[in-house]
Every structure is written in C-alpha cells, then in structure tokens.
Design a protein around this ligand. Structure first.
Ligand SMILES: [Zn+2]
Length: 366
C-alpha cells in the first residue's frame, strides 16, 4: 500500500489506528521526523500489522505511531527539516516521493482470541512493548484503568513507586506483582501467571486490590521514607512480613534507615551471599533494641587503606590471612580479627583480609 492510500484510508476511517490494544506512548517529534526521513530517503519501515474486521474496516495492531507521524506531517502539525508538508509542494520532490512510497501491510483475520494472540506475539518477538504495555494492550479494562488512576492520584504510591519520565509502566507492573504476592501467600508470580491474573480481573474494579496493597505501600513510605537504599522488592517483602509490628518499626525508622544504608555501603554487603537476610536480621535487631553500632562495619576506604599496607606477590595478588592463598583485591573481604560481637573494634589494627571462603567459614569465631 502506498503512503497516500494509507493516509486517505486513515482519514476516511477505513483504517482505524486508535484501538484499545494500542499503547498510549507517543513518539517524540524527533522520532516522528525520522519516520518522514525514512520515507523520503527510501529506507524501509517495519511492516504494518492490520486486523480485518467483519465490517470491512481495518484495525492497526502495529504501526500506530508511524501512522500518527505521517498524519501529523501531512496535516501541517509536524515539520521535517524545518519545513511543513505544504512548503515542500514548491521546493522539492518530497511530497511525490513520500506519497508514492510502498509500505508493507500484513493483514490478519480470525476471532478476537487470535487477534490478541497476534498482538502479543508481535510485541513479544519484536521487543516493542514493556511487560506492562503488553498487559495494558491485551487486557485493557476497568481493572487496568483503576490501576492507572491509582498511580496517577495516590501520593504514597507515587513516592514509593514513582513513574519514570518515559513511562513504560515498569513500576505499575511491579505493583501488580506485589498484589499477586499478597494474594498468593507471599509467592511472586511465575511466567504467565500475572497475565492470567489481570485477564481474570479485566472487567472488575481495581478497588479491592487498592485496599489490599495500600497498607503495605504506606508502611514502606512511613518506615523507609525517601532515603533508604534498600530495594523495593525487599522493602515490600519486609512490609508484608512485619506489618503487624508497624508501630515499633515506626519508632525506630531513623535507625533502620541509617544502619541499613551504612551496611549497604560496606564491604561486607558487597560480598555477602545473603544480603536480604542480613538486612532483615539487622532491622529485627534494631526494633528489638539490639541495635548494632553502624561502626561495626568496615568501609571501602578502610579496605583500600589496609590493602595499601599489604605486600603483593609477583602476580600482584594479596594473601588471605587465614588460608594464605593469593587473591585479587576484590576477592578479599575486610574482617574483624577479634569479632565485633565479642568487643573487637572497627579499627584497622583489628582488621584483616580474608578470602570469601575463609570469611564465611570463620563466622563469629576468633
Ligand atoms: Zn582464605
């Protein structure tokens, strides 16, 4: 199909590009101009996927943004190299070339289920849409609309799971995962399960799930505030597990934030095979008034200082203080000689370099 024919059919409502399956993302002006540039320079555009309806009209399954760009340009709402469509009438062969460019149209037909399946495949195999955009396209309905509304209007969710500037809906997808987690006894969805969940609830209100998720979102915002460096998944797991202790967590929120951030910056954290458990244990300690001084942790600076005093072998490797084998600097951890739990201080004179194996074997022993 030539560009001119496509445009006429869109304007006359024979090709319908604004269908429910299509995403809301809009190309920016540069990307739109690139569509025109491709047409003018003979660079092929990807195929357009259309759906043949029983009434003879065609719905656009893939290609909406390219069609929008063509429409805008021809209607004078987009400039290409600083000039409008009309201006090109007298200046070059651009109008001719663009109008006569052949586009590849793939027309599909079948039942509604097949249409959704094709949409899903185009977007999975073509890597065009984010996971949320696929859900939004496939199962758009009251449920997703409620989710979008909640995201746009609830102050807590906007803080805890902010929308990115270019919103591909990643955090909305995470929120759905958390909802699933709460509803399914603390199990995250496996592949396909979230799709099924959203499909099931497609035409239902989102309000029930707002009620389910709200207490955890506000727990996360109140306890961790804006400063905590703990990842959202862990925050969420902790919220679900400890929401009954909300009051006492709130009392200790400053200490939680401070100690966890110090721990996340420490050497021990980088090499720990059980970071999430370590953080959880640390917080449980804090709220149980077993608060550990954040000075228990050596910093990267401490490690760098200690390394600078060590002798390297010919290969430039450092010796583990326990097994005496040699390792790269980043394979070694900085560790208390006398354990912190037994009164050992966090000072370089009480510090040694251990390989990972020795460190985990040593534990709290001297
Ligand atoms: Zn060792």
């Amino acid at each position: 199909m030539k560009v001119k024919e496509l445009y006429d059919k869109v304007v006359n409502g024979i090709i319908i590009s604004d269908i429910e399956l299509q995403r809301n993302i809009v190309y920016d002006a540069d990307k739109q101009a690139m569509v025109i540039d491709s047409l003018y320079k003979g660079i092929p555009l990807p195929a357009f996927y259309l759906w043949q309806r029983e009434d003879g009209k065609l719905e656009v399954l893939d290609g909406k943004q390219r069609i929008e760009a063509i429409k805008k340009f021809k209607q004078g709402n987009l400039l290409y190299e600083g000039k409008s469509w009309k201006a090109y009438a007298y200046e070059s062969d651009l109008q001719q070339v663009v109008d006569n460019t052949e586009l590849t149209m793939i027309v599909c037909s079948g039942d509604e289920k097949k249409k959704r399946e094709i949409f899903k495949r185009i977007n999975t195999l073509g890597v065009a849409l984010s996971k949320f955009e696929v859900l939004n396209g496939l199962y758009h309905g009251e449920y997703i609309e409620g989710l979008n509304y909640y995201f746009a209007n609830d102050a807590n969710v906007r803080k805890v799971l902010p929308n990115a500037t270019v919103d591909r809906g990643d955090n909305k997808y995470h929120l759905l995962e958390y909802i699933y987690y709460v509803r399914n006894n603390s199990v995250f969805p496996k592949r396909g399960e979230l799709d099924d969940y959203v499909q099931q609830h497609k035409d239902e209100s989102f309000n029930d799930d707002v009620k389910k998720i709200k207490p955890y979102i506000s727990f996360i915002r109140d306890v961790f505030g804006d400063a905590s460096k703990i990842g959202n998944v862990l925050k969420f797991k902790l919220a679900v597990k400890y929401i009954k202790d909300r009051a006492i967590w709130l009392q200790h929120k400053d200490a939680i934030c401070k100690d966890c951030n110090a721990f996340i910056k420490s050497e021990g954290y980088k090499l720990s095979p059980s970071r999430e458990d370590d953080i959880e244990a640390m917080i449980v300690g804090i709220v149980g008034n077993l608060r550990v001084d954040s000075k228990r942790l050596f910093t990267s600076d401490d490690k760098a200082q200690l390394l600078s005093t060590q002798k390297k072998n010919e290969q430039g490797l450092y010796k583990c203080a326990r097994c005496h084998q040699h390792f790269e600097a980043d394979e070694l951890t900085i560790d208390h000689i006398k354990p912190w739990s037994k009164g050992g201080r966090t000072v370089l004179s009480n510090a040694q370099l251990l390989c990972r194996a020795c460190n985990s074997e040593k534990g709290n022993k001297e």
